[in-house]
Design a protein. Sequence first.
Length: 534
Amino acid sequence: MKKYLNKIPQFFSNRGLNSSNSINDFISPSKDWINNPFLFKSMDKAVDMILSNSKNKPIFIHGDCDADGVSACSLLYVFFKKIGFNVFYYIPNRSKEGHAISIKAIDHAVSIGSEIMVTCDIGMSSNQEIEYAKENNLKTIITDHHKVLDIIPDADIIINPWLEENSKLFFRDYSGSGVAFKLCHAINEKLKLDFTHLDELIELVSIGIVSDKVSLINENRYLTLHGFNMTLKGLNPGIAFLKKRIPYFDIHKMIRVINMTTKLTNSSLSVKLLTTKNPTQINNYTNDILNSFNKNKSILNQAISSSIRQVYSQDYKNNNAIFIDGDFDSGYNGAIANILSNKFYVPAIVVSSMDKNIYKGSSRSIRGVSILPFLESQKHILNSLGGHPMAAGFIIDKININKIKDSFFKYMKVQDKVFLKDKDGDEIIDGVLPLIDISNDLILFLKKFMPYGTKNREPVFIAKDVKLAGKPDIIGKNKDSIKFKVEEKGKIFNAVGFGLINEFENLITKNKFNVRYSIIYNRDSFLLNVLGVS
């Protein structure tokens, strides 16, 4: 432990870990990191409403059309079934319906005799839909984590850490699945059941926490660590089977697959996969999902490549931001915005057409930069808006796209540039780490901090004065990536630069250069994932 504190101190300081005890606690958090669910105001009322519901009356769950909403819906379904309720659920189609409560779903809930609808990761911007549910005598419990806008929906109960009534919570950065988990946790305590009764939910909640870019600290660290380990062990049958079918599986690939399924005609297909234990059904659902994913993958890759080309034409470093006006399916917006914000380390907005003159926008931000204040300042030209500091979505008329683009660049140019520190800045780099210092012991130590995400992102280091060894190869379907080798003090290291074709000239013309890199683990070997050359 001490040798790593001395070798890469910035890695620990970037995560707020300043002692051996804090490091050990982070690596092996105790169950004490799980917060009391009844600290949420109105949680007791939500628990009582659900437990007083007749077992003959189905509970209707309405999730959101992304990995956080899917995982939230899945864990609520599993838990409610486990304690004896009849349960139905609905996931809106990402391309056709977007991130909104469906009137069609409310009608269905009423038609099957439901008296309670529980939303998860959705609802805070659905004022009209909640009013419609009320008119049809359908009681609503909103569980959500999106920031509260001007008008709070008139739901029977709202469980949301960002409500003013929850301002004294010492931890508020929950995902939608995290808030849904707290509801299950509270019911579990009310029924005086052991915490182990919630174990199978932990693998599900971890998907939503990682996917929605909330902070991987406090309770989120406990849940994602244990959920991650459950995934490695293959405890959820659907995830375990999917894992076998996806080459080089990791949680981020699974999240991309889940997000894609919400664009399908059967937009709840991933919920079915995550909640069934029937081997035949698991096989059928997985085949349907992967067949669709593979068809969509090439389309998505083309959309990513065209977006990256737009980035390089925008002077994103000077703008401190990226704005993409795409000609692809709006269901890809969130995934592309996430990729661009991670790759270029600036906030990104991606818009594309939903229906002729109506466009859908998705935004993703980076550590230390909330994108919501900007979007809230643009409400006069937005048809709808919802989200949280790291990720938000909106609907906008085509005529207003240039307005919001110009306003976005103008807004970001005057923001504090602390998040864009240079290559040695604390926010971006976890320290200088010579390549010859990478060892199996170091790799095993860094893996103890997985899974990575917000406030515990994948470690990124700098290696200085390395040389190119041999000739680099241009790879990838779009010829935008580079495979090469670098030399440091006589030792050769394999490297790849995804989407790094713009650095090709630096590689072949400089005698020595610095590389910014992360480490790709592959059993007993590793590969340098080069993020930049200078």
